[in-house]
Structures are given as structure tokens and as C-alpha cells.
Design a protein around this ligand. Structure first.
Ligand code: SF4
Length: 250
């Protein structure tokens, strides 16, 4: 018995090519017409359709085919657990700022409306200062919570050591450690700002971007930019100056 994942979609790209997208694993595959015909039948639950062994093997490897629906649920639960752990381990607060919802491109898959792109409204400096104050306040609270959590964990560990009979408080490694990895942790960014939109690096946003970098520098925050890269040269100077805290993607 086999089961074709319900977390998949087909998008016709041309008369000969179709995009097969697996939202469970993130796999994306371009398939030809005969393969699309087989996959459509599998998606409809027709497991008796003739499917060549090599295609079946590929579909299994790419996470489209499962032995049963229960196996698919297991994989979903596993991925949920991994995401939960990653979120729990993330101790630094992250904030998203959209300087504008406008953009100089019109990508076909864009989820922002054309009206927002056309309007191209940019946030004012007053609005930005309001956002930055709110980030400061939220960051202060997050730090307090993290300190309380760390203190509670420390006390719990000490209690556990005492109960186990191996308390060595004066030799405690956690207090004295000067290792490279601890040094790296101390240097680690204290928070993150993500610039999103629209296109955050439009020339019209320059003052806003400069102020955001100034803020990030003062507080040792990392800056992520989701950009289409079309104006990257206009921002080359500021990006270079802040190369150690930048992370750009699209
Ligand atoms: S670059 Fe981004 S914001 Fe601009 S149109 Fe494309 S997807 Fe939308």
C-alpha cells in the first residue's frame, strides 16, 4: 500500500513542463507530461496506476510517497517537534520592520497587492522612532525573562548537584569558563532586525535604513534583509560598513 502526500501541488509552467511542489519537505521538481499524468492519478488516490519503479523510488526519496497516511503523519509530527525545539532554543528576540510595502518589481507570485506597490508609501521617521522605542521596551522585557529563566535553571542545577552529592561550587566550570565557544557566545548578537516589505532597499528608504543600522549597531543586533537586490549597489557603502552584522536573502 502506498500513499501520495496531500501536502503537494502541481503548477503548469508550459505545455510540456509542470512544477511539482511538496510543502511538507520543501521539495520542488519539474516534471514532464507523462509523469504529471501519473502523479495526478496518484494525487487522486488511484494507487493502481502504472508507475515505473525508478519514478516510484524518486517520489519516495523526495517525500511524496509514503507507505501509509500514518507514516506521513509521523513525518509531520517529527518536523513539528524539530521546529518547536529550534524556536525554544532561540534566545535572542527578532523583530521585523517593513519600511515600505512598495516595490520596483511585480513578481507574478508576490503576495502583496499591486496597489500597495504602486502607492509605495514609506514609513516616516516618527513612525520608525516609535517602532524602535517599542523594540527597546520589548527587548528589555525579553532580557528580564531570559535572566529569570537562567537563574531558575542555575538554581535547579545546583540543587540537583547537591542532591547528587557532587556540588563543586568553587570549581564551577559554568562560572569560570574562558573557552573560545563561551567567548563567541558573549560576542553573539543580542537581537535581530529583519527588513522586509515590499522592497526595503528602495532608494527612497535610505534615511530609514541608515537609522535602523545606527540602532542595530548601538544595541549589537544582527540585520537580515529580504531584498530583490536590484538597488544593492546604491546601498553598497552602508552594507559594507555593517558587513559583520548583515545577512541578506530573497
Ligand atoms: S521583489 Fe518581492 S516584494 Fe517585489 S514584487 Fe517581487 S516578491 Fe513582491
Amino acid at each position: 500500500m502506498i500513499f501520495f502526500t496531500k501536502y503537494s501541488s502541481l503548477y503548469k509552467l508550459s505545455s510540456e513542463m509542470t512544477l511539482l511542489f511538496n510543502t511538507l519537505t520543501g521539495a520542488k521538481d519539474i516534471i514532464d507530461e507523462p509523469t504529471r499524468a501519473i502523479i495526478e492519478r496518484l494525487m487522486q488516490g488511484d494507487m493502481d496506476v502504472e508507475c515505473p519503479a525508478d519514478l516510484r523510488e524518486q517520489l519516495q526519496k523526495r517525500g511524496y510517497l509514503f507507505e501509509s497516511e500514518e507514516k506521513e503523519c509521523e513525518q509531520l509530527a517529527q518536523m513539528h517537534e524539530i521546529t518547536k525545539k529550534i524556536n525554544e532554543q532561540s534566545t535572542i528576540p527578532n523583530y521585523i520592520i517593513c519600511p515600505t510595502m512598495g516595490c520596483n518589481l511585480r513578481c507574478i507570485y508576490c503576495f502583496e497587492s499591486n496597489d500597495l506597490h504602486e502607492e509605495c508609501a514609506v514609513m516616516s521617521m516618527e513612525q520608525l522612532e516609535g517602532i524602535l522605542s517599542m523594540i527597546d521596551e520589548s527587548y528589555r522585557k525579553a532580557e528580564e525573562q531570559a535572566a529569570e529563566k537562567a537563574e531558575a535553571e542555575k538554581q535547579l542545577e545546583e540543587k540537583q548537584r547537591r542532591e547528587d552529592g557532587n556540588c563543586e561550587a568553587e570549581n564551577c566550570e559554568a562560572e569560570k569558563c574562558e573557552s573560545e565557544s563561551c567567548e563567541n557566545q558573549r560576542r553573539h548578537f543580542k537581537g535581530g532586525l529583519m527588513l522586509f516589505g515590499g522592497e526595503p532597499l528602495l532608494p527612497i528608504n535610505r534615511k530609514i535604513i541608515e537609522r535602523i543600522y545606527e540602532f542595530a549597531k548601538e544595541r549589537n543586533f544582527q540585520v537580515d534583509i529580504i531584498t530583490n537586490g536590484t538597488n544593492i549597489t546604491a546601498y553598497a557603502g552602508i552594507l559594507k560598513e555593517n558587513a559583520d552584522r548583515n545577512h541578506a536573502g530573497r
